[in-house]
Ligand binder design. Structure first.
Ligand SMILES: [Zn+2]
Ligand SMILES: [Zn+2]
Ligand SMILES: [Zn+2]
Length: 361
């Protein structure tokens, strides 16, 4: 880390959601944040008592779909035994004055990512990752189609106890909900506003900047050149159709976003070729994260344009993406109280480390 990079202390505004900001404080002597120690990973292939392991299919609700359709499953989808939203919603009846509630109807499914109990995503074959993301797409499509009241289908993964995973066997989840979650709503409405004013998709513009932006930063007092921002300094990994970027205002120190290079609003429109390149870029990105931070515990989630009339005009302004958020430190009262995330490594430095680490081809 160079001298200049060590002295950053700035508040960065998320360009897509300006109400979100992050404090980048990499000053020397800054108190280290409490680190989340990676728990030793359970790398066993098969665990007799695990409901998600092969041979224990009767311990879960029945299979909704499996991949491949016939023979031994590689990916298996079941109803969540403890759904946060169910087919039948009900309210507490405690709706009065300013307190409002709506029926908590929806669907909650579990995707058992792989038959191997202890495998991590960075160890899975590209062909398998392609099928996994194809399964997300299929389930999202089916859930939107099954109930026209559904406003959003969120596909996500929690990996490791620090990321809230309650079952160690690798799995993802899909939740169909009757509301558009705030994070997505803010991105969709702000990017629509940006499009109205600038006639461009803000995500496409950010990809362009990540690839080509070049700037020189001058020292305020002496006027001398302090730092030159290099071309591609936020790029972690690049494929033919996808790019992995370290956001300029990352909430999590090792946060990486993967986006299609060509404008695409809805994840449901991905093609087989898209999925193949996505699998490659994701696999390589996860191997980089694993090498640099070691035993990453993380959450990832898909943000795609919500369905319904209210968002019918967002096809040009919104751009779907996958947000990967490794959990390397515990949020403190400062973060919870202020909503301001603290990063003690600059996103530029983190991107440089991720880009330059050697990974197996
Ligand atoms: Zn298992
Ligand atoms: Zn775009
Ligand atoms: Zn997003």
């Amino acid at each position: 880390m160079s001298e200049e990079q060590q002295s950053i202390r700035e508040i960065r505004i998320n360009p897509i959601v300006p109400s979100e900001s992050v404090l980048v404080a990499t000053a020397r002597g800054m108190r280290p944040r409490k680190k989340e120690e990676p728990a030793p990973r359970d790398t066993r292939h098969h665990v007799e008592s695990c409901p998600f392991c092969r041979g224990n299919e009767e311990k879960t609700p029945p299979t909704i779909v499996q991949y491949p359709v016939a023979g031994e499953w590689q990916i298996r989808i079941v109803e969540n035994l403890y759904p946060v939203l169910g087919e039948q919603g009900s309210t507490s009846g405690l709706v009065f004055g300013l307190q409002q509630a709506i029926d908590g109807y929806g669907r909650h499914e579990v995707i058992i990512d792989h038959p191997n109990h202890g495998i991590a995503l960075h160890e899975m074959e590209e062909g398998h990752l392609r099928t996994l993301f194809g399964a997300y797409r299929d389930r999202m499509e089916a859930l939107y189609r099954a109930d026209p009241r559904i406003r959003y289908v969120l596909a996500f993964k929690n990996f490791g106890p620090a990321a809230g995973a309650s079952i160690p066997h690798t799995h993802s989840q899909v939740i169909a909900m009757p509301v558009v979650p705030e994070n997505v709503y803010n991105e969709v409405t702000n990017s629509r506003e940006h499009f109205r004013k600038n006639h461009q998709c803000i995500f496409c513009a950010l990809i362009d900047e990540a690839l080509t932006f070049e700037a020189t930063i001058y020292d305020r007092e002496s006027g001398s050149v302090r730092r030159r921002i290099n071309v591609g300094q936020y790029v972690v990994e690049r494929g033919e159709r996808f790019i992995a970027i370290k956001p300029f205002a990352s909430r999590y120190e090792w946060e990486v976003h993967i986006l299609p290079l060509r404008h695409q609003a809805d994840f449901l429109t991905v093609t087989a070729d898209d999925l193949a390149d996505l699998a490659r870029v994701l696999g390589r990105t996860m191997r980089r994260l694993d090498k640099v931070i070691g035993g990453a515990q993380y959450n990832y989630f898909l943000h795609s344009v919500p369905h319904g009339e209210m968002f019918a005009d967002c096809g040009q302004s919104y751009h779907w993406h996958l947000e990967i958020c490794p959990r390397t430190s515990i949020p403190t009262g400062f973060e919870l109280g202020s909503g301001l995330f603290v990063s003690t490594i600059s996103p530029e430095e983190a991107a440089e480390q991720l880009r330059s680490v050697e990974i197996d081809e």
